[in-house]
Design a protein around this ligand. Structure first.
Ligand SMILES: Cc1cc2nc3c(=O)[nH]c(=O)nc-3n(C[C@H](O)[C@H](O)[C@H](O)COP(=O)(O)O)c2cc1C
Length: 341
């Protein structure tokens, strides 16, 4: 397969996740991989236009490449929001056509837009006209009783005609009635071949696949069929997987060797945020998945959950938590297999 990479490199990205991929989380992930493309949480156009912009959109230079995900369906508002985000320095504007929550459906955006491909095309065209950044879409393969061949083709045709630079497809339907957003990430069955067929039909469109991908072996397998892989929950819950990304996918040395070094590399960032008045917990809550499978990981988590949440928690609190983790090489303890299992 011809892999197409222009604009951003979509080979590997970390999914937009509300309440999870905030700036503190992204900065942690950046310490583990220089090359992963990072996505913000979804921000609605209303919030971008009328809300506290610096708090919603501000990010650290080190986070690049970073894409902002917008939620909305009014082309004019999306254009205005895209312009604001471009001024903030984002590398890409992504439109959410995949979120199934009720709140989002009432606002007529997110996954229900799978039923309005023409409108999504208008949204993309308006954003493309407003900014010179890549404009991308994250969608599902369909919603409810839609035929997934037709629904995804129609959406793709419409956004490609509007100039969409890349499409990330969560390879399952969203069921708009009766399932919670969480259930909508697990219950509708995955259909990876549908996404592969889209790529075959559209060789010039960068297509990334998302949903239920758990290991680097799976990432490699998907990359035989599509241009990019987006990881969500696994990247968040077991962030050490990101240590494999730069070497395995980009042929570059990872920025740090392990989670211990990652935390050391993250410390200066934490120190600056603490000095700004950010609570330690705002950062350490994203670090609970580090050290999974290592002796002491549970004590580390417990320390962060009890001491790390206190108002006066500081870098020493984090160091004390890390000191509870065994530094014994995993291989020597026969832990690699145990951890993997
Ligand atoms: C806590 C959480 C919040 C999410 N928020 C968003 C969001 O804001 N925008 C979006 O497009 N998808 C959102 N998603 C969906 C993910 O981007 C991704 O599509 C989904 O988790 C499937 O990928 P995974 O199986 O690798 O986790 C969210 C997922 C989780 C777990």
């Amino acid at each position: 397969m011809k892999q197409v990479t222009f604009g951003n490199d979509w080979r590997f990205s970390i999914a937009p996740m509300m309440d999870w991929t905030d700036r503190f989380c992204r900065s942690l992930h950046r310490v583990l991989s220089r090359r992963a493309l990072l996505y913000t949480e979804m921000v609605t156009t209303g919030a971008v236009i009328h809300g506290p912009r610096e708090r919603l959109l501000g990010f650290d230079e080190a986070e690049h490449p970073v894409a902002v995900q917008l939620g909305g369906s009014d082309p004019k508002e999306l254009a205005q929001a895209a312009r604001i985000c471009a001024d903030f320095g984002y590398d890409e504007i992504n439109l959410n056509v995949g979120c199934p929550s009720d709140r989002v459906q009432n606002g007529r955006f997110g996954a229900c837009l799978m039923q309005e491909p023409g409108l999504v095309g208008d949204c993309v065209a308006a954003m493309k006209a407003a900014v010179s950044l890549p404009v991308t879409v994250k969608c599902r393969i369909g919603v409810d009783d839609q035929d997934t061949e037709e629904a995804l083709n129609r959406l793709t045709d419409s956004v490609v005609a509007a100039g969409c630079d890349a499409l990330t497809v969560h390879a399952r339907k969203a069921w708009l009635q009766g399932l919670s957003p969480k259930e909508n990430r697990d219950i509708p069955p995955l259909d990876y071949p549908r996404v592969y067929r889209l790529k075959q039909a559209r060789p010039d469109l960068p297509v990334a696949i998302n949903g239920g991908i758990k290991t680097m072996a799976e990432v490699h397998e998907h990359l035989r069929h599509v241009d990019g892989v987006m990881l969500g929950r696994v990247a968040y819950q077991e962030p050490e997987i990101l240590l494999c990304v730069d070497r395995e996918l980009f042929g570059e040395e990872p920025p740090v060797a392990d989670a211990f070094e990652a935390i050391e590399a993250y410390e200066p960032y934490v120190a600056v945020r603490l000095a700004e008045g950010v609570r330690l917990h705002a950062m350490t809550r994203h670090m609970l998945g580090l050290f999974t499978g290592r002796p002491g990981a549970r004590a580390y988590r417990r320390h962060l959950a009890t001491e790390g949440v206190k108002p006066n928690a500081d870098l020493q609190t984090l160091r004390d938590a890390v000191a509870l983790v065994s530094r014994e090489p995993l291989e020597s303890a026969g832990m690699v297999l145990a951890a993997a299992g």
